[in-house]
Design a protein around this ligand. Structure first.
Ligand SMILES: [Zn+2]
Length: 208
């Protein structure tokens, strides 16, 4: 079916349709909203999209999103750099930050183990986590890593793998979030209060 829209409008609708959770109707409404906005507002949207790709990079230490070499968490000397919360993705860091209860720092693995999709430890930032434990670039020895993977099959497998790898270090406590997060969900859709509870109730993984 030929598009009833001029190409420029159709293009914007197509772009919005690719966003998660946006259906065709919503995409049309968004495109018309942009069309009826002032030129300044429309350009502000375009520039925000451009800047996120231009300015955002991975923190060289923890792989969180950053606008400088280090992310804001790693650059903050008031945080406890000896306590590292290991998550799958930078968006999980936001979920933990929303609890307001965590004063340590992070390590974003950039995914989780998924043998079916060919994602092994070498595809995640595991080597870099070993490096942080062995040779902290800020000179602060890590005394605890908290495995805060999503409570999914792959998340659990990733946590079990990391528990095995990192329990070999002496003087390093390896803990996991307390049970109680609903299985199959993710940190993002967990209420901050539940996540805070799981963090505070974390327990040491069994040493291999
Ligand atoms: Zn960082």
């Amino acid at each position: 079916m030929e598009s009833p829209y001029p190409p420029s409008i159709q293009n914007l609708i197509d772009q919005f349709s690719r966003l998660p959770g946006i259906g065709k109707r919503s995409a049309e409404r968004m495109a018309y909203h942009v069309l009826s906005s002032s030129k300044e507002d429309a350009m502000a949207l375009a520039l925000a999209v451009r800047d996120i790709k231009k300015n955002i990079r991975a923190c060289r230490r923890c792989f969180n999103v950053a606008e400088a070499e280090l992310c804001e968490v790693c650059a903050d000397s008031r945080r406890d750099h000896s306590l590292v919360c290991v998550v799958e993705l930078p968006r999980d860091i936001i979920s933990v930050e929303k609890t307001g209860a965590f004063r340590g720092v992070y390590h974003a693995l950039q995914g989780k183990l998924n043998p079916a999709e060919g994602i092994g430890p070498e595809n995640l930032r595991v080597r870099e986590l070993h490096e942080r434990v062995k040779n902290p670039d800020d000179g602060v020895n890590i005394r605890e890593i908290i495995l805060a993977l999503n409570p999914t099959t792959e998340g659990d497998a990733t946590a079990a793998f990391l528990a095995g790898e990192f329990s070999a270090y002496e003087n390093l406590r390896v803990t996991r979030l307390a049970r109680g997060l609903s299985s199959g969900t993710d940190l993002e859709s967990t209420a901050p209060s539940s996540l805070q509870f799981a963090l505070e109730g974390r327990r040491e993984v069994d040493k291999a």
